[in-house]
Design a protein around this ligand. Sequence first.
Ligand code: ADP
Length: 219
Amino acid sequence: MKAQQFVVIGLGRFGSSLALELMEMGYEVLGIDHQEDRVEEMSDHLTHAVMADATDEETMRSLGVRNFDCGIVAIGDNMERSILAAITLKELGVKKVVAKAITILHGRALSKLGVDRVIFPERDMGVRVAHQLVRPHLLDYIEISKDFKIVELTVPACMDGKSLAELNTRAKYGCSIIALNRDSGMIVAPTALDYLHNGDIMVVIGSNESIARFEDEAV
Ligand code: ADP
């Protein structure tokens, strides 16, 4: 299967870090910025880096942007340009358009234009870091709905050597351990006979309340 191709508009801190990470994962990335120095800085690190105005539909068409699987609008400094760049990507028929928003209004405008995913990096990172600060064992989490999430927790010393049957999270707290990650590898769908070791990472799914109870009482 052909690797996905990404076009990243705006090579500021957010756009360049996202573009470099995609490259690191083996994807092809076209980076576009209208500032020469930003393009020069990234030209050796991306598949292609081009100086262009992303709000100019003809230029974007000539760059073949419509053939990309996903376009990310990472313009953070100017709402108007971000919106115009998002419209351009949509007009050209880019399959999936993701855009960074600075304010709620900006985000709402992007959604109304049909942007597939609107992200608020600063706001979301603030929320994430706040959770991690008060939950020392919390490594990461994904909200799967308003009420349910998946969390990654480090196994604390008090659980060392315990089996999942002993822990009995489903009956006691209403959440389930769906994977264990340790140096020797990942155990997906562990059984009641699998044991936990201090420092392992457990992946837990459940309601917000059940996970909070598990974290408060057991971790
Ligand atoms: P960050 O907060 O992620 O550093 P910035 O606002 O500093 O974001 O960066 C946004 C980038 O988007 C800048 O490098 C800027 O030159 C670029 N940019 C802004 N408007 C356009 C445009 N119309 N076409 C291409 N690049 C643009």
